[in-house]
Design a protein around this ligand. Sequence first.
Ligand code: GLY
Length: 575
Amino acid sequence: MILFRPFLMPSLALGVLVVCLCLPQQVLAASRAPQFSESGMVASRSGWASQVGADILAAGGNAVDAAVAVGFALAVTYPSAGNLGGGGFMVIHMADGTVDTNDHRERAPLAATRDMYLDEHGDVIEGLSTASHLAVGVPGTVDGLLAVLEKYGTMTRAQVIDPAIRLASVGIRLDRDLAGQFERRLKDFAPYPASMGVFSNKGKPWQVGDVFKQPDLAATLRRIKRHGREGFYAGKTADLLVAEMQANDGLITHEDLAQYRSVWRQPVRGTYRGHEIVSMPPPSSGGVLLVQMLNMLESRDIAASGFGSAATVHAMVEAQRRAYADRAEYLGDPDFFPVPVQTLTSKDYAEQRYADFDPDKASLSEDIGAGEIPLESPDTTHVSVMDAAGNAVAYTTTLNLSFGAKMVAAGTGVLLNNEMDDFSAKENTPNFYGLLGRTANAIEPGKRMLSSMTPTIVLKDKQPLLVTGSPGGSTIITTTLQVVINVIDHGMDVADAVASPRFHHQWQPTRILLEQRGLSPDTLSALAAKGHTEITPIPSFLGRGIGDANSVMRTKQGIVGAADPRNAGAAIGVP
Ligand code: GLY
Protein backbone atom coordinates (compact mmCIF):
# COMPACT_ATOMS: atom_id res chain seq x y z
CA MET A 1 0.00 0.00 0.00
CA ILE A 2 1.16 3.48 -0.80
CA LEU A 3 0.94 6.60 1.30
CA PHE A 4 2.03 10.04 0.18
CA ARG A 5 3.69 13.07 1.59
CA PRO A 6 1.10 15.44 3.02
CA PHE A 7 0.31 18.17 0.58
CA LEU A 8 -1.84 20.16 2.92
CA MET A 9 0.39 21.51 5.64
CA PRO A 10 -1.73 21.86 8.76
CA SER A 11 -0.90 24.64 11.13
CA LEU A 12 -2.33 23.85 14.53
CA ALA A 13 -1.30 27.22 15.90
CA LEU A 14 -3.23 29.12 13.24
CA GLY A 15 -6.00 26.53 12.85
CA VAL A 16 -5.77 26.88 9.08
CA LEU A 17 -4.59 24.76 6.21
CA VAL A 18 -1.64 26.25 4.35
CA VAL A 19 -1.97 25.02 0.81
CA CYS A 20 0.88 23.58 -1.20
CA LEU A 21 0.07 23.45 -4.90
CA CYS A 22 2.71 20.81 -5.54
CA LEU A 23 1.65 17.37 -6.67
CA PRO A 24 1.07 14.92 -3.84
CA GLN A 25 4.05 12.60 -3.70
CA GLN A 26 3.89 8.91 -2.94
CA VAL A 27 6.61 8.30 -0.43
CA LEU A 28 6.02 5.33 1.79
CA ALA A 29 4.57 1.88 1.81
CA ALA A 30 2.06 1.26 4.58
CA SER A 31 1.75 -2.16 6.14
CA ARG A 32 -0.56 -4.47 8.01
CA ALA A 33 0.82 -2.91 11.18
CA PRO A 34 -1.69 -0.90 13.20
CA GLN A 35 -1.17 2.87 13.20
CA PHE A 36 -1.15 4.72 16.55
CA SER A 37 -2.07 8.28 17.44
CA GLU A 38 -3.11 10.17 20.57
CA SER A 39 -4.86 12.83 18.55
CA GLY A 40 -7.06 11.25 15.91
CA MET A 41 -7.18 8.64 13.18
CA VAL A 42 -8.70 8.15 9.75
CA ALA A 43 -8.88 4.78 7.98
CA SER A 44 -10.15 4.61 4.42
CA ARG A 45 -9.61 2.80 1.14
CA SER A 46 -7.57 5.70 -0.25
CA GLY A 47 -4.29 6.97 1.21
CA TRP A 48 -4.91 10.39 -0.32
CA ALA A 49 -8.34 10.62 1.28
CA SER A 50 -7.11 9.37 4.68
CA GLN A 51 -4.39 12.03 4.57
CA VAL A 52 -6.99 14.73 3.87
CA GLY A 53 -8.93 13.57 6.94
CA ALA A 54 -5.84 13.46 9.16
CA ASP A 55 -4.89 16.98 8.00
CA ILE A 56 -8.37 18.25 8.87
CA LEU A 57 -8.07 16.74 12.38
CA ALA A 58 -4.59 18.21 12.79
CA ALA A 59 -5.93 21.63 11.80
CA GLY A 60 -8.49 21.49 14.63
CA GLY A 61 -11.45 19.94 12.83
CA ASN A 62 -13.53 17.30 14.57
CA ALA A 63 -14.24 13.74 13.38
CA VAL A 64 -17.30 14.96 11.44
CA ASP A 65 -15.30 17.62 9.57
CA ALA A 66 -12.73 14.95 8.75
CA ALA A 67 -15.33 12.41 7.59
CA VAL A 68 -17.02 14.97 5.33
CA ALA A 69 -13.68 16.03 3.83
CA VAL A 70 -12.77 12.36 3.26
CA GLY A 71 -16.18 11.82 1.62
CA PHE A 72 -15.52 14.60 -0.91
CA ALA A 73 -11.90 13.46 -1.41
CA LEU A 74 -12.94 9.85 -2.11
CA ALA A 75 -15.03 11.09 -5.05
CA VAL A 76 -11.72 12.18 -6.57
CA THR A 77 -9.20 9.57 -5.41
CA TYR A 78 -11.34 6.40 -5.22
CA PRO A 79 -13.94 6.94 -7.95
CA SER A 80 -15.03 3.31 -8.14
CA ALA A 81 -17.05 3.87 -4.97
CA GLY A 82 -16.32 7.33 -3.55
CA ASN A 83 -18.81 9.66 -5.16
CA LEU A 84 -20.86 12.79 -5.64
CA GLY A 85 -23.32 10.89 -7.85
CA GLY A 86 -24.22 8.11 -5.42
CA GLY A 87 -25.32 7.78 -1.83
CA GLY A 88 -24.27 6.66 1.60
CA PHE A 89 -24.97 6.32 5.29
CA MET A 90 -23.15 8.01 8.19
CA VAL A 91 -23.32 6.97 11.85
CA ILE A 92 -22.14 9.68 14.24
CA HIS A 93 -21.23 9.66 17.93
CA MET A 94 -20.50 13.06 19.44
CA ALA A 95 -18.39 13.47 22.55
CA ASP A 96 -21.46 14.69 24.49
CA GLY A 97 -23.10 11.29 23.95
CA THR A 98 -25.36 12.30 21.04
CA VAL A 99 -25.76 9.53 18.47
CA ASP A 100 -27.32 10.15 15.09
CA THR A 101 -27.36 8.80 11.55
CA ASN A 102 -27.64 10.51 8.21
CA ASP A 103 -29.32 8.58 5.39
CA HIS A 104 -28.30 9.97 2.02
CA ARG A 105 -29.28 6.88 0.09
CA GLU A 106 -30.38 7.48 -3.51
CA ARG A 107 -34.12 7.59 -4.28
CA ALA A 108 -36.06 6.24 -7.22
CA PRO A 109 -36.92 9.07 -9.64
CA LEU A 110 -40.49 10.35 -9.46
CA ALA A 111 -41.21 8.81 -12.87
CA ALA A 112 -40.01 5.34 -11.74
CA THR A 113 -42.55 2.52 -11.81
CA ARG A 114 -42.69 -0.89 -10.22
CA ASP A 115 -42.34 -2.70 -13.57
CA MET A 116 -39.88 -0.35 -15.27
CA TYR A 117 -37.32 -3.11 -15.90
CA LEU A 118 -39.79 -5.64 -17.36
CA ASP A 119 -40.54 -6.37 -21.01
CA GLU A 120 -44.00 -6.89 -22.50
CA HIS A 121 -43.95 -10.51 -21.28
CA GLY A 122 -43.20 -9.41 -17.75
CA ASP A 123 -39.60 -10.64 -17.87
CA VAL A 124 -36.70 -8.65 -16.49
CA ILE A 125 -34.71 -6.94 -19.28
CA GLU A 126 -31.11 -7.77 -18.61
CA GLY A 127 -28.83 -4.81 -17.93
CA LEU A 128 -31.52 -2.14 -17.72
CA SER A 129 -31.14 -1.68 -13.97
CA THR A 130 -27.33 -1.66 -14.06
CA ALA A 131 -26.05 -0.39 -17.40
CA SER A 132 -28.52 2.17 -18.68
CA HIS A 133 -29.53 5.67 -17.68
CA LEU A 134 -32.62 4.07 -16.13
CA ALA A 135 -30.28 2.48 -13.58
CA VAL A 136 -29.50 5.81 -11.93
CA GLY A 137 -31.07 6.74 -8.61
CA VAL A 138 -31.34 10.40 -7.54
CA PRO A 139 -27.97 11.06 -5.90
CA GLY A 140 -27.86 11.79 -2.17
CA THR A 141 -24.21 12.19 -1.22
CA VAL A 142 -23.83 15.95 -1.64
CA ASP A 143 -26.94 16.79 0.38
CA GLY A 144 -25.92 14.29 3.07
CA LEU A 145 -22.34 15.46 3.50
CA LEU A 146 -23.40 19.11 3.65
CA ALA A 147 -26.22 18.38 6.12
CA VAL A 148 -23.82 16.48 8.37
CA LEU A 149 -21.26 19.30 8.23
CA GLU A 150 -23.91 21.87 9.12
CA LYS A 151 -25.32 19.89 12.07
CA TYR A 152 -22.18 18.49 13.68
CA GLY A 153 -19.12 19.98 11.94
CA THR A 154 -17.07 22.97 13.00
CA MET A 155 -15.41 23.95 9.74
CA THR A 156 -16.59 25.84 6.69
CA ARG A 157 -17.60 24.25 3.38
CA ALA A 158 -14.46 25.64 1.84
CA GLN A 159 -12.22 24.01 4.45
CA VAL A 160 -13.66 20.53 3.88
CA ILE A 161 -14.10 20.75 0.08
CA ASP A 162 -10.86 22.55 -0.88
CA PRO A 163 -8.68 19.44 -0.41
CA ALA A 164 -10.86 17.50 -2.87
CA ILE A 165 -10.78 20.40 -5.34
CA ARG A 166 -7.00 20.42 -5.18
CA LEU A 167 -6.74 16.68 -5.68
CA ALA A 168 -8.99 16.98 -8.74
CA SER A 169 -7.39 20.08 -10.27
CA VAL A 170 -3.69 19.65 -9.39
CA GLY A 171 -4.08 15.92 -9.93
CA ILE A 172 -2.67 12.79 -8.36
CA ARG A 173 0.12 10.58 -9.62
CA LEU A 174 -1.48 7.26 -10.43
CA ASP A 175 -0.30 4.25 -8.50
CA ARG A 176 -0.66 0.64 -9.56
CA ASP A 177 -3.93 0.26 -7.65
CA LEU A 178 -5.82 3.11 -9.35
CA ALA A 179 -4.28 2.72 -12.82
CA GLY A 180 -5.21 -0.97 -12.66
CA GLN A 181 -8.81 -0.20 -11.67
CA PHE A 182 -9.24 2.19 -14.60
CA GLU A 183 -7.66 -0.20 -17.11
CA ARG A 184 -9.80 -3.16 -16.00
CA ARG A 185 -12.98 -1.11 -16.61
CA LEU A 186 -11.95 0.51 -19.90
CA LYS A 187 -14.33 -1.59 -22.01
CA ASP A 188 -17.24 -0.64 -19.72
CA PHE A 189 -16.41 3.06 -20.10
CA ALA A 190 -16.03 2.78 -23.88
CA PRO A 191 -19.71 3.54 -24.80
CA TYR A 192 -19.60 6.81 -22.85
CA PRO A 193 -17.32 9.57 -24.27
CA ALA A 194 -17.47 11.60 -21.04
CA SER A 195 -16.31 8.54 -19.06
CA MET A 196 -13.50 7.85 -21.54
CA GLY A 197 -12.52 11.51 -21.24
CA VAL A 198 -11.81 10.95 -17.54
CA PHE A 199 -10.80 7.32 -17.12
CA SER A 200 -8.68 6.89 -20.25
CA ASN A 201 -5.78 8.94 -21.58
CA LYS A 202 -7.27 9.88 -24.97
CA GLY A 203 -8.63 6.36 -25.40
CA LYS A 204 -5.53 4.57 -24.07
CA PRO A 205 -5.18 3.19 -20.55
CA TRP A 206 -3.73 5.51 -17.94
CA GLN A 207 -0.29 4.30 -16.81
CA VAL A 208 1.30 4.08 -13.38
CA GLY A 209 3.05 7.41 -12.77
CA ASP A 210 0.73 9.48 -15.00
CA VAL A 211 -0.73 12.62 -13.45
CA PHE A 212 -4.50 12.17 -13.28
CA LYS A 213 -6.51 15.40 -13.29
CA GLN A 214 -10.30 15.82 -13.23
CA PRO A 215 -11.04 19.46 -14.18
CA ASP A 216 -14.81 19.01 -14.67
CA LEU A 217 -15.12 17.35 -11.26
CA ALA A 218 -13.04 20.16 -9.73
CA ALA A 219 -15.46 22.68 -11.27
CA THR A 220 -18.48 20.80 -9.85
CA LEU A 221 -16.83 20.73 -6.42
CA ARG A 222 -16.19 24.48 -6.69
CA ARG A 223 -19.89 25.08 -7.41
CA ILE A 224 -20.79 23.02 -4.32
CA LYS A 225 -18.28 24.96 -2.24
CA ARG A 226 -19.72 28.27 -3.45
CA HIS A 227 -23.45 27.51 -3.44
CA GLY A 228 -23.86 24.57 -1.05
CA ARG A 229 -26.49 21.99 -2.07
CA GLU A 230 -27.72 24.38 -4.77
CA GLY A 231 -24.33 23.95 -6.45
CA PHE A 232 -25.33 20.37 -7.21
CA TYR A 233 -29.13 20.08 -7.10
CA ALA A 234 -29.76 23.33 -8.99
CA GLY A 235 -27.95 25.62 -11.43
CA LYS A 236 -25.32 24.44 -13.86
CA THR A 237 -24.65 21.01 -12.30
CA ALA A 238 -28.35 20.15 -12.24
CA ASP A 239 -28.74 21.38 -15.84
CA LEU A 240 -25.88 19.11 -16.93
CA LEU A 241 -27.23 16.10 -15.00
CA VAL A 242 -30.72 16.54 -16.44
CA ALA A 243 -29.34 17.09 -19.96
CA GLU A 244 -27.43 13.79 -19.59
CA MET A 245 -30.69 12.07 -18.62
CA GLN A 246 -32.77 13.65 -21.37
CA ALA A 247 -30.24 12.74 -24.06
CA ASN A 248 -30.21 9.10 -22.98
CA ASP A 249 -33.78 8.24 -21.91
CA GLY A 250 -33.01 8.60 -18.21
CA LEU A 251 -35.72 9.62 -15.74
CA ILE A 252 -34.11 12.12 -13.37
CA THR A 253 -35.58 15.62 -13.69
CA HIS A 254 -34.94 19.02 -12.13
CA GLU A 255 -37.84 18.26 -9.78
CA ASP A 256 -36.18 15.02 -8.61
CA LEU A 257 -32.99 16.90 -7.82
CA ALA A 258 -34.75 19.82 -6.14
CA GLN A 259 -36.83 17.45 -3.96
CA TYR A 260 -33.94 15.27 -2.79
CA ARG A 261 -33.17 15.61 0.92
CA SER A 262 -31.07 13.39 3.14
CA VAL A 263 -32.88 12.09 6.24
CA TRP A 264 -31.80 12.07 9.89
CA ARG A 265 -32.77 8.74 11.40
CA GLN A 266 -32.48 7.27 14.87
CA PRO A 267 -29.73 4.65 14.87
CA VAL A 268 -30.45 0.98 15.36
CA ARG A 269 -29.17 0.16 18.84
CA GLY A 270 -28.39 -3.10 20.53
CA THR A 271 -26.18 -4.57 23.23
CA TYR A 272 -23.63 -7.34 23.13
CA ARG A 273 -21.80 -8.63 26.21
CA GLY A 274 -21.68 -5.27 27.97
CA HIS A 275 -21.07 -3.23 24.81
CA GLU A 276 -23.53 -0.95 22.99
CA ILE A 277 -23.94 -1.31 19.25
CA VAL A 278 -24.92 1.79 17.26
CA SER A 279 -25.57 1.17 13.59
CA MET A 280 -27.55 2.12 10.50
CA PRO A 281 -31.34 1.63 10.42
CA PRO A 282 -33.45 0.94 7.30
CA PRO A 283 -33.31 1.61 4.39
CA SER A 284 -30.12 -0.26 5.22
CA SER A 285 -30.59 -3.82 6.36
CA GLY A 286 -27.11 -3.66 7.93
CA GLY A 287 -27.77 -2.44 11.46
CA VAL A 288 -30.88 -4.58 11.98
CA LEU A 289 -29.15 -7.76 10.84
CA LEU A 290 -25.98 -7.01 12.80
CA VAL A 291 -27.91 -6.53 16.06
CA GLN A 292 -30.12 -9.54 15.31
CA MET A 293 -27.11 -11.82 14.72
CA LEU A 294 -25.28 -10.54 17.81
CA ASN A 295 -28.44 -11.16 19.89
CA MET A 296 -28.57 -14.76 18.67
CA LEU A 297 -24.85 -15.31 19.27
CA GLU A 298 -24.94 -13.91 22.81
CA SER A 299 -26.40 -17.26 23.88
CA ARG A 300 -23.23 -19.07 22.73
CA ASP A 301 -19.86 -18.94 24.49
CA ILE A 302 -17.95 -17.78 21.41
CA ALA A 303 -14.82 -16.87 23.38
CA ALA A 304 -14.62 -20.42 24.76
CA SER A 305 -15.27 -22.13 21.43
CA GLY A 306 -12.52 -19.93 19.96
CA PHE A 307 -11.70 -18.15 16.71
CA GLY A 308 -12.04 -20.28 13.59
CA SER A 309 -13.25 -23.42 15.36
CA ALA A 310 -16.00 -25.51 13.80
CA ALA A 311 -18.27 -24.76 16.78
CA THR A 312 -17.84 -20.97 16.38
CA VAL A 313 -18.23 -20.97 12.59
CA HIS A 314 -21.31 -23.19 12.85
CA ALA A 315 -22.94 -20.94 15.46
CA MET A 316 -22.24 -17.85 13.36
CA VAL A 317 -23.37 -19.39 10.07
CA GLU A 318 -26.67 -20.45 11.64
CA ALA A 319 -27.24 -16.91 12.95
CA GLN A 320 -26.41 -15.51 9.50
CA ARG A 321 -28.76 -17.95 7.77
CA ARG A 322 -31.72 -16.90 9.92
CA ALA A 323 -31.03 -13.16 9.76
CA TYR A 324 -30.67 -13.10 5.96
CA ALA A 325 -33.92 -15.03 5.53
CA ASP A 326 -35.64 -12.23 7.47
CA ARG A 327 -33.88 -9.61 5.35
CA ALA A 328 -35.59 -10.83 2.19
CA GLU A 329 -39.03 -10.65 3.75
CA TYR A 330 -39.05 -7.66 6.06
CA LEU A 331 -36.47 -5.08 5.05
CA GLY A 332 -37.08 -2.08 2.80
CA ASP A 333 -37.44 1.70 2.93
CA PRO A 334 -39.28 2.45 6.22
CA ASP A 335 -40.95 5.48 4.62
CA PHE A 336 -42.81 3.09 2.30
CA PHE A 337 -42.96 -0.25 4.14
CA PRO A 338 -43.52 -0.98 7.85
CA VAL A 339 -40.17 -2.59 8.75
CA PRO A 340 -40.52 -4.35 12.15
CA VAL A 341 -37.22 -2.99 13.50
CA GLN A 342 -38.10 -3.31 17.19
CA THR A 343 -39.11 -6.95 16.84
CA LEU A 344 -36.19 -7.98 14.65
CA THR A 345 -33.64 -6.41 17.01
CA SER A 346 -35.18 -7.61 20.29
CA LYS A 347 -33.52 -10.22 22.51
CA ASP A 348 -36.84 -12.12 22.74
CA TYR A 349 -37.10 -12.45 18.98
CA ALA A 350 -33.49 -13.63 18.72
CA GLU A 351 -34.10 -16.27 21.38
CA GLN A 352 -37.13 -17.54 19.52
CA ARG A 353 -35.44 -17.36 16.07
CA TYR A 354 -32.38 -19.27 17.33
CA ALA A 355 -34.35 -21.76 19.45
CA ASP A 356 -33.96 -24.51 16.86
CA PHE A 357 -30.18 -24.05 16.67
CA ASP A 358 -28.54 -27.46 16.97
CA PRO A 359 -24.84 -27.30 17.94
CA ASP A 360 -24.22 -30.55 16.08
CA LYS A 361 -26.21 -30.08 12.90
CA ALA A 362 -26.55 -27.49 10.13
CA SER A 363 -30.12 -26.47 9.44
CA LEU A 364 -31.56 -26.51 5.93
CA SER A 365 -32.18 -23.11 4.39
CA GLU A 366 -35.40 -24.49 2.86
CA ASP A 367 -36.67 -25.03 6.42
CA ILE A 368 -35.69 -21.53 7.45
CA GLY A 369 -37.51 -19.84 4.58
CA ALA A 370 -37.72 -19.66 0.82
CA GLY A 371 -35.82 -17.43 -1.53
CA GLU A 372 -32.34 -16.51 -2.57
CA ILE A 373 -30.03 -13.65 -1.64
CA PRO A 374 -26.87 -14.06 -3.68
CA LEU A 375 -23.70 -12.06 -3.48
CA GLU A 376 -24.12 -8.39 -4.32
CA SER A 377 -21.52 -6.09 -5.75
CA PRO A 378 -18.45 -5.58 -3.61
CA ASP A 379 -17.95 -2.01 -4.78
CA THR A 380 -18.75 0.28 -1.93
CA THR A 381 -16.29 1.87 0.46
CA HIS A 382 -16.04 2.48 4.19
CA VAL A 383 -14.33 5.20 6.27
CA SER A 384 -13.73 5.16 10.04
CA VAL A 385 -12.74 8.28 11.99
CA MET A 386 -12.07 9.06 15.66
CA ASP A 387 -10.80 12.29 17.13
CA ALA A 388 -9.13 13.04 20.45
CA ALA A 389 -12.28 14.61 21.93
CA GLY A 390 -14.34 11.42 21.72
CA ASN A 391 -16.23 12.11 18.48
CA ALA A 392 -16.44 9.19 16.07
CA VAL A 393 -17.86 8.65 12.59
CA ALA A 394 -18.56 5.47 10.64
CA TYR A 395 -19.27 6.28 7.01
CA THR A 396 -20.10 3.90 4.15
CA THR A 397 -20.74 5.23 0.66
CA THR A 398 -21.37 3.72 -2.76
CA LEU A 399 -22.23 4.00 -6.44
CA ASN A 400 -23.43 0.35 -6.20
CA LEU A 401 -21.25 -1.51 -8.73
CA SER A 402 -17.65 -0.56 -9.38
CA PHE A 403 -17.75 2.95 -10.95
CA GLY A 404 -21.57 2.73 -10.73
CA ALA A 405 -23.26 2.83 -14.14
CA LYS A 406 -19.79 3.61 -15.63
CA MET A 407 -21.26 6.87 -16.97
CA VAL A 408 -19.85 10.27 -16.25
CA ALA A 409 -22.54 12.93 -16.76
CA ALA A 410 -21.04 15.05 -19.53
CA GLY A 411 -19.45 18.26 -18.30
CA THR A 412 -19.72 17.42 -14.58
CA GLY A 413 -16.97 14.86 -13.97
CA VAL A 414 -19.59 13.09 -11.83
CA LEU A 415 -19.93 9.33 -12.12
CA LEU A 416 -23.54 8.17 -11.97
CA ASN A 417 -24.69 5.36 -9.69
CA ASN A 418 -26.62 2.26 -10.74
CA GLU A 419 -28.26 1.89 -7.36
CA MET A 420 -31.70 1.16 -8.87
CA ASP A 421 -30.48 -2.43 -9.15
CA ASP A 422 -30.69 -2.70 -5.35
CA PHE A 423 -34.48 -2.65 -5.74
CA SER A 424 -36.38 -5.83 -6.54
CA ALA A 425 -37.29 -5.47 -10.21
CA LYS A 426 -39.99 -8.15 -10.11
CA GLU A 427 -41.90 -9.90 -7.34
CA ASN A 428 -40.22 -13.16 -6.32
CA THR A 429 -37.89 -13.14 -9.33
CA PRO A 430 -34.15 -12.76 -8.96
CA ASN A 431 -32.95 -9.51 -10.47
CA PHE A 432 -29.82 -9.16 -12.60
CA TYR A 433 -27.66 -10.01 -9.59
CA GLY A 434 -29.99 -12.72 -8.32
CA LEU A 435 -31.75 -10.79 -5.56
CA LEU A 436 -35.31 -11.91 -5.02
CA GLY A 437 -38.17 -9.47 -5.48
CA ARG A 438 -40.37 -8.71 -2.49
CA THR A 439 -43.00 -6.07 -1.75
CA ALA A 440 -40.84 -4.48 0.95
CA ASN A 441 -38.23 -3.56 -1.64
CA ALA A 442 -40.34 -3.08 -4.78
CA ILE A 443 -39.77 0.07 -6.85
CA GLU A 444 -41.93 3.09 -6.02
CA PRO A 445 -41.42 6.73 -6.99
CA GLY A 446 -39.25 8.50 -4.44
CA LYS A 447 -38.49 5.31 -2.50
CA ARG A 448 -35.01 4.36 -1.29
CA MET A 449 -33.67 0.97 -2.39
CA LEU A 450 -32.66 -1.53 0.31
CA SER A 451 -28.98 -1.54 1.25
CA SER A 452 -26.61 -3.76 3.21
CA MET A 453 -24.26 -0.97 4.28
CA THR A 454 -23.46 -1.28 7.99
CA PRO A 455 -21.47 1.69 9.32
CA THR A 456 -21.16 0.83 13.01
CA ILE A 457 -19.84 2.31 16.24
CA VAL A 458 -19.34 0.04 19.27
CA LEU A 459 -19.46 1.83 22.62
CA LYS A 460 -17.98 0.66 25.91
CA ASP A 461 -18.89 2.61 29.04
CA LYS A 462 -20.60 5.16 26.74
CA GLN A 463 -17.33 5.90 24.88
CA PRO A 464 -16.57 4.86 21.29
CA LEU A 465 -14.45 1.71 21.39
CA LEU A 466 -14.56 0.61 17.76
CA VAL A 467 -15.57 2.25 14.47
CA THR A 468 -16.05 -0.21 11.64
CA GLY A 469 -17.96 -1.17 8.49
CA SER A 470 -17.16 -2.48 5.04
CA PRO A 471 -18.03 -2.70 1.37
CA GLY A 472 -18.98 -6.07 -0.10
CA GLY A 473 -22.70 -6.10 -0.96
CA SER A 474 -24.46 -8.71 1.12
CA THR A 475 -21.14 -9.64 2.78
CA ILE A 476 -20.93 -6.17 4.34
CA ILE A 477 -23.05 -7.22 7.30
CA THR A 478 -21.23 -10.47 8.07
CA THR A 479 -17.84 -8.75 7.65
CA THR A 480 -18.87 -6.13 10.20
CA LEU A 481 -20.19 -8.89 12.48
CA GLN A 482 -16.84 -10.68 12.36
CA VAL A 483 -14.81 -7.55 13.14
CA VAL A 484 -17.07 -6.88 16.16
CA ILE A 485 -16.88 -10.51 17.38
CA ASN A 486 -13.11 -10.64 16.82
CA VAL A 487 -12.69 -7.64 19.11
CA ILE A 488 -15.28 -8.44 21.78
CA ASP A 489 -15.18 -12.24 21.97
CA HIS A 490 -11.71 -13.06 20.74
CA GLY A 491 -9.91 -10.08 22.28
CA MET A 492 -8.09 -9.20 19.07
CA ASP A 493 -6.50 -5.84 18.43
CA VAL A 494 -8.11 -3.95 15.57
CA ALA A 495 -5.46 -4.93 13.01
CA ASP A 496 -5.92 -8.64 13.70
CA ALA A 497 -9.70 -8.23 13.88
CA VAL A 498 -9.66 -6.70 10.39
CA ALA A 499 -7.02 -8.97 8.84
CA SER A 500 -8.34 -12.32 10.10
CA PRO A 501 -9.89 -14.64 7.49
CA ARG A 502 -13.61 -14.23 6.88
CA PHE A 503 -16.55 -16.40 5.93
CA HIS A 504 -20.08 -15.58 4.89
CA HIS A 505 -23.47 -17.27 4.71
CA GLN A 506 -26.61 -15.55 3.47
CA TRP A 507 -29.32 -18.19 3.80
CA GLN A 508 -29.69 -18.65 0.04
CA PRO A 509 -27.79 -20.03 -1.75
CA THR A 510 -27.02 -22.64 0.88
CA ARG A 511 -23.26 -22.31 0.98
CA ILE A 512 -20.50 -20.80 3.03
CA LEU A 513 -18.16 -18.41 1.21
CA LEU A 514 -14.75 -18.80 2.82
CA GLU A 515 -11.56 -16.91 2.21
CA GLN A 516 -8.92 -19.31 0.94
CA ARG A 517 -7.00 -20.97 3.75
CA GLY A 518 -9.40 -19.29 6.20
CA LEU A 519 -10.07 -22.53 8.07
CA SER A 520 -7.91 -25.58 8.61
CA PRO A 521 -8.71 -28.90 6.86
CA ASP A 522 -9.74 -30.52 10.14
CA THR A 523 -12.09 -27.62 10.91
CA LEU A 524 -13.63 -28.06 7.46
CA SER A 525 -14.08 -31.77 8.17
CA ALA A 526 -15.75 -30.98 11.49
CA LEU A 527 -18.08 -28.51 9.73
CA ALA A 528 -18.89 -31.09 7.05
CA ALA A 529 -19.80 -33.56 9.79
CA LYS A 530 -22.37 -31.05 11.05
CA GLY A 531 -23.80 -30.75 7.51
CA HIS A 532 -21.94 -27.70 6.13
CA THR A 533 -20.83 -29.40 2.96
CA GLU A 534 -21.11 -26.52 0.45
CA ILE A 535 -18.07 -24.34 0.99
CA THR A 536 -16.93 -21.99 -1.77
CA PRO A 537 -13.36 -20.71 -1.48
CA ILE A 538 -12.80 -17.02 -2.24
CA PRO A 539 -9.28 -15.88 -3.22
CA SER A 540 -7.86 -13.53 -0.63
CA PHE A 541 -4.98 -11.30 -1.64
CA LEU A 542 -4.50 -7.68 -2.70
CA GLY A 543 -7.77 -6.48 -4.16
CA ARG A 544 -9.64 -9.72 -3.43
CA GLY A 545 -11.31 -11.35 -0.46
CA ILE A 546 -14.44 -10.69 1.54
CA GLY A 547 -14.87 -7.06 2.60
CA ASP A 548 -12.55 -4.11 3.16
CA ALA A 549 -13.11 -3.11 6.78
CA ASN A 550 -10.91 -0.07 7.39
CA SER A 551 -11.44 0.40 11.12
CA VAL A 552 -10.36 2.45 14.13
CA MET A 553 -10.30 1.46 17.81
CA ARG A 554 -9.59 3.26 21.06
CA THR A 555 -7.13 1.50 23.38
CA LYS A 556 -5.19 2.35 26.53
CA GLN A 557 -2.20 3.05 24.25
CA GLY A 558 -4.12 5.57 22.12
CA ILE A 559 -6.27 5.52 19.00
CA VAL A 560 -5.34 2.66 16.69
CA GLY A 561 -6.18 2.50 12.99
CA ALA A 562 -6.09 -0.52 10.71
CA ALA A 563 -6.34 -0.50 6.93
CA ASP A 564 -7.74 -3.76 5.65
CA PRO A 565 -4.74 -5.64 4.21
CA ARG A 566 -6.90 -7.10 1.43
CA ASN A 567 -6.76 -3.74 -0.35
CA ALA A 568 -4.61 -0.66 -0.80
CA GLY A 569 -6.22 1.59 1.81
CA ALA A 570 -4.45 3.45 4.59
CA ALA A 571 -4.97 4.30 8.24
CA ILE A 572 -3.34 7.65 8.99
CA GLY A 573 -3.09 9.18 12.45
CA VAL A 574 -2.61 12.77 13.48
CA PRO A 575 1.09 13.10 14.33
N1 GLY B 1 -25.15 -1.16 -3.24
C1 GLY B 1 -24.81 -1.98 -2.17
C2 GLY B 1 -25.60 -1.72 -0.93
O1 GLY B 1 -26.07 -0.60 -0.74
O2 GLY B 1 -25.79 -2.61 -0.15
